[in-house]
Design a protein around this ligand. Structure first.
Ligand code: ZN
Length: 381
């Protein structure tokens, strides 16, 4: 009887202790609160807290583990950014949000409303993340450059302080920091993916559908929308007959200023010119804009005997968020979320925690699998 009691106790100890050994690992995973991690801490934490467990429990060859590893690596690259300073031909490495602060200084007047600055910070972060994910090979040793025509403008804090009045500089810098910190870890997404957040200075009434600027497929979040702007660029640029003829001859060798007719072939629904005819050659308005250095494709012209004048309204390609429009919305009491959702159609603003949630889907899948295993082990007993 004594032996039987000892045997019974040993069996009971094995029955209860063994599952707990497994459960210990699972509970360690469950107690890990993924929602409290910042965007950039996530990869290390995932690796440290989950990587070993995943590896030991289900083996490195498991496809769920492989997916997780890809996700981890993708996020890991966004902690720091390598920035090419083109004029100095130098690559610097800096914290991602410090880079966004430099972009904000370079791309939007700090005098703008705080909500507009927050919207711009979110745009800059999204645009950068999009570029990092989709065109990482543009610069050989850097992720981005500081050229406005290639990536985004970037200015240092020192540059900003040197250009601001002494009595205002601290207040302005705090505003920049507030805009970036308030949108920390956030990005604009369409169907869960970060968007190509194009922006421009001002639109004079309507933004432009991306297909009229760069062609290609429709991009559902880059549609033309109304832009309420009380103040926008208006410019008149004159060309004398000979200079103009030379410029247009780059597109039409036979162009003759005196005898050839100039006429707008069609306008885009936003009111901008889409194509214009010079003699027997049709030129896209976006090409003409580049050729003549016009501020926008929203133009009218006045051809006289020896001179032609182009009058443009708005400034920039017109795609995505209008900065002046964003500022106007902010002045009208709109939040940065409302500004973003107005200029980018059907988007959502996601937080890093939601990226974490995305991982958690994988993580939960894995979780169920491990729980299933435990269940099997238990039934074996
Ligand atoms: Zn670049």
């Amino acid at each position: 009887m004594k032996n039987f009691i000892i045997f019974f106790l040993i069996v009971m100890i094995i029955c209860f202790a063994t599952p707990n050994l497994f459960l210990k690992d699972i509970m360690a995973i469950e107690s890990f609160d993924i929602s409290t991690i910042s965007f950039f801490e996530l990869p290390e934490i995932l690796k440290n807290k989950l990587g070993n467990n995943l590896d030991q429990s289900i083996g490195g060859g498991d496809s769920i583990y492989d997916n997780m590893q890809i996700e981890v690596n993708k996020l890991e690259n966004k902690d720091k950014i390598k920035l090419l300073l083109k004029e100095e031909n130098k690559v610097i490495e800096l914290n991602f949000d410090d880079y966004i602060k430099g972009v904000l200084i370079g791309e939007m007047p700090v005098d703008y409303e705080l909500e507009a600055l927050k919207a711009q910070a979110l745009v800059a972060r999204s645009y950068s993340l999009y570029k990092l994910e989709n065109s990482s090979s543009i610069h050989e040793n850097a992720d981005m450059c500081d050229d406005i025509n290639c990536c985004q403008c970037y200015k240092t804090k020192e540059y900003a302080f040197a250009s601001w009045d002494d009595e205002e500089e601290l207040e302005k810098w705090l505003k920049v920091e507030e805009a970036v910190n308030a949108t920390n870890n956030q990005y604009i997404a369409y169907e869960g993916e970060v968007i190509a957040a194009f922006f421009h200075a001002n639109s004079a009434g309507n933004t432009e559908d991306v297909k009229f600027v760069w062609g290609g497929d429709e991009i559902p979040y880059l549609k033309s929308v109304i832009s309420f702007e009380n103040d926008f660029d208006q410019e008149t640029k004159a060309f004398n007959k000979d200079d103009f003829e030379k410029l247009i001859c780059e597109k039409n060798n036979n162009y003759d200023y005196e005898n050839d007719v100039i006429k707008v072939v069609n306008n885009t629904p936003s009111g901008r010119v889409e194509a214009i005819q010079f003699g027997d050659v049709i030129i896209k308005a976006t090409e003409l804009r580049k050729l003549l250095g016009l501020k926008s494709t929203n133009f009218k012209f006045d051809k006289r005997e020896n001179e032609i004048e182009f009058t443009t309204i708005g400034y920039g390609h017109g795609v995505g968020m209008s900065q002046v429009g964003a500022n106007q919305m902010a002045l009208d009491g709109k939040s940065y979320e409302e500004i973003i959702k107005h200029y980018y159609t059907d988007v959502e603003i996601l937080k890093a925690e939601m990226i974490a949630e995305k991982n958690r889907v994988v993580y939960n899948g894995f979780h169920k699998k491990v729980k299933g295993r435990i269940y099997e082990i238990n039934t074996c007993f």
